[in-house]
Write a protein that binds this ligand. Structure first.
Ligand SMILES: NC(=O)C1=CN([C@@H]2O[C@H](COP(=O)(O)OP(=O)(O)OC[C@H]3O[C@@H](n4cnc5c(N)ncnc54)[C@H](OP(=O)(O)O)[C@@H]3O)[C@@H](O)[C@H]2O)C=CC1
Ligand SMILES: O=C1O[C@H](COP(=O)(O)O)[C@@H](O)[C@H](O)[C@H]1O
Length: 566
């Protein structure tokens, strides 16, 4: 009987010995052990003669043997990544730098090329000049950085074309083919473009620039529609040209280190999982704040607003991961099945459980900060929310009655994203009288600070050292920069690597998307139909007071506003 193999828990558990296994370096570094375990204990265990194991050679020789196979396979295949919308903000700010970081870390296959595609007329050299300004060696004081950048830029090319022109995509295809030089070609398209042209690009790319002999995948950026109907329509149109397996809907919050760690924390530590329910948890808070406004993205933002921009996707995805039942395995489908179940167990949001706000101009320290409607790309009478707070509930046995609060806002007093878990009071607490009247302040709180300054800390009650019996609140604090010397990779690096590996765990499946929209669509329609005016809050403030009333309605205090840097 073949021995049981446990796939690695990191990003490529779905890699199997299929055609996808046309081998590149990250698999070597990250999964070599698993690969060799599989081969030696699996295939070889089934009695393949001539194997290194059968020949009785040592582990180093085995490793060399497999690396040799991987090298041979790698030499025969290519990866072409086309960034559609290469002239845009996201491409420059995130995608090219993430690709370079992967290259620097030796995580891209030996044969890879990157193509920028957009309408703007640029030469290869001009694209290289533009992107070179945003490439950085992620980790300080790295050797060879300049040389690596030059090598990376030599692999970057540009093709100018219209987004709805099959002819222009056929030209791209010819250029790709030339560079791929007859090897097995895998092609990844990253749609870093406004959503109104997603379908045109997918149509042209799939018809004229799909790989003829390898895989073709498309990373789709948000927004995935504005509501249930438009999202379903987008999915329907994308599926005319692509299968669900080819579509990688990206939510970059799922690629953040602390979000990735949420499941590890919960499922690999005995102390958390037993507490993870209504029996011990009083409420959970998902908080996103930025200390800047829509600067430059007002045109896009005004059509969406903060609920669609942050809550319906980033915060809801984290909530689903937080609240899901234990998945059968770490496989993408098992995890996404559990997330869908949570989303489908939730009550759609109602107006009375939501408050919205919009930032207004404010003078501080002799500086004038503009209001949202001062943005030249925003209509003067806009009532689009730049802040929202909401209370959500999961109607299942684990979470019945527990408020899940979300808060998201732009132009607030600081930049922060965190998950806060507030626990119940200690029943019959022996030290009750030491806490004064405010027992809520004495409950435990677990905080996962997603950014900045990643940390996990647990607020506990502790005796102040000394002869008396005075208690205070202290933190058991896992501050990442103090504990881990390595730089944390950007979310886009992780997600790009996963898309290349065919790992779908951190991408949104279409039924997840439908369930997410079902929760928010009725509310969004009501807000728009009733033209509900947002509560104004000053740029750089802590947001509208309405958020406090909403929390108070459910006996909750926002954990991020507790003082002492919370
Ligand atoms: N920027 C960000 O921080 C984030 C962006 N996103 C999403 O990523 C995608 C890309 O974002 P971003 O780079 O900011 O977008 P941009 O507005 O910068 O657009 C990207 C490129 O698309 C082309 N383009 C822009 N508007 C139009 C239009 N109306 N019709 C046709 N082409 C157009 C332009 O290229 P050209 O004129 O050369 O063809 C532009 O350089 C969007 O879907 C956005 O929602 C998601 C998260 C964060
Ligand atoms: O998706 C989006 O995210 C960014 C915030 O991302 P972060 O990784 O910098 O926290 C937000 O500014 C933008 O409005 C939104 O579209």
């Amino acid at each position: 009987m073949a021995a049981q193999i446990t796939p690695p828990s990191s990003s490529s558990s779905s890699l199997a010995f299929s055609s996808e296994f046309n081998v590149w370096k990250p698999m070597r570094c990250c999964f070599f052990k698993w690969v060799s375990q599989f081969l030696t204990r699996g295939l070889l265990g089934l009695g393949m003669d001539g194997s290194p194991l059968a020949k009785g050679i040592n582990p180093e020789e085995q490793e060399e043997f497999f690396i040799d196979i991987l090298d041979k396979e790698e030499a025969l295949s290519t990866l072409s990544i086309t960034v559609v919308g290469a002239s845009g903000d996201l491409a420059k700010k995130k995608i090219f730098p993430a690709l370079f970081a992967l290259y620097y870390e030796d995580c891209l296959p030996k044969n890879f090329i990157v193509f920028g595609y957009a309408r703007t007329k640029l030469t290869d050299e001009e694209l290289r000049n533009i992107i070179s300004t945003t490439l950085t060696c992620r980790i300080d004081k790295r050797e060879n950085c300049k040389h690596k950048m030059e090598q990376f830029l030599k692999r970057c090319f540009y093709h100018s074309g219209e987004y709805n022109s099959e002819e222009n995509f056929a030209e791209l295809d010819s250029k790709l083919k030339k560079k791929e030089a007859g090897k097995l070609s895998n092609r990844l398209f990253y749609l870093s473009i406004p959503p109104n042209i997603f379908v045109d690009v997918v149509r042209c790319a799939s018809m004229k620039a799909s790989s003829a002999n390898g895989w073709t995948r498309v990373i789709v950026e948000k927004p995935f529609g504005r509501d249930s109907e438009s999202s379903a329509e987008l999915t329907r149109c994308l599926k005319k040209y692509l299968t669900e397996d080819q579509i990688f809907r990206i939510d970059h919050y799922l690629g953040k280190e602390l979000v990735e760690n949420l499941s590890v924390l919960r499922f690999s530590n005995l102390i958390f999982e037993p507490l993870w329910s209504r029996n011990y948890i009083r409420n959970v808070q998902f908080i996103f704040s930025e200390d800047f406004g829509t600067e430059g993205r007002g045109g896009y933002f005004d059509n969406y607003g903060i609920i669609r921009d942050i809550m319906q996707n980033h915060l809801l995805q984290i909530l689903a991961l937080f609240a899901m039942e234990t998945p059968v395995s770490l496989d993408a489908e098992d995890i996404r099945n559990e997330k869908v179940k949570v989303l489908r167990s939730m009550k759609p949001l109602e107006l009375e459980d939501v408050i919205i706000g919009q930032y207004k101009g404010h003078n501080k320290g002799g500086r004038a900060y503009p209001g949202y409607i001062d943005d030249s790309t925003v209509p003067k009478n806009s009532i689009t929310p730049t802040f929202a707070a909401a209370a959500l509930f999961i109607n299942n046995a684990r979470w019945d009655g527990v408020p899940f609060l979300m808060k998201a806002g732009k132009a607030l007093h600081r930049k922060r994203a965190e998950i806060r878990v507030q626990f119940r009071h200690v029943p019959g607490n022996l030290y009750k009288r030491n806490f004064g009247t405010d027992l809520d302040k004495a409950t435990n709180e677990l905080v996962l600070r997603v950014q900045p300054d990643e940390a996990i800390y647990l607020k506990i009650n502790n005796k102040v050292p000394g002869l008396g019996m005075r208690l205070d609140r202290s933190d058991l604090n896992l501050l990442y920069r103090a504990r881990y010397p390595t730089e944390i990779p950007d979310a886009y690096e992780r997600l790009l690597l996963d898309a290349i590996a065919g790992e779908r765990r951190l991408f949104i499946r279409s039924d997840e998307l439908d369930a997410a929209w079902s929760l928010f669509t009725p509310l969004l329609k009501e807000l728009e139909a009733k033209k509900i005016a947002p509560e104004l809050y000053p740029y750089g403030s802590r947001g509208p007071v309405g958020a406090h009333y909403l929390a108070a309605k459910y006996n909750v205090r926002w954990g991020d506003l507790g003082g002492e840097d919370d």
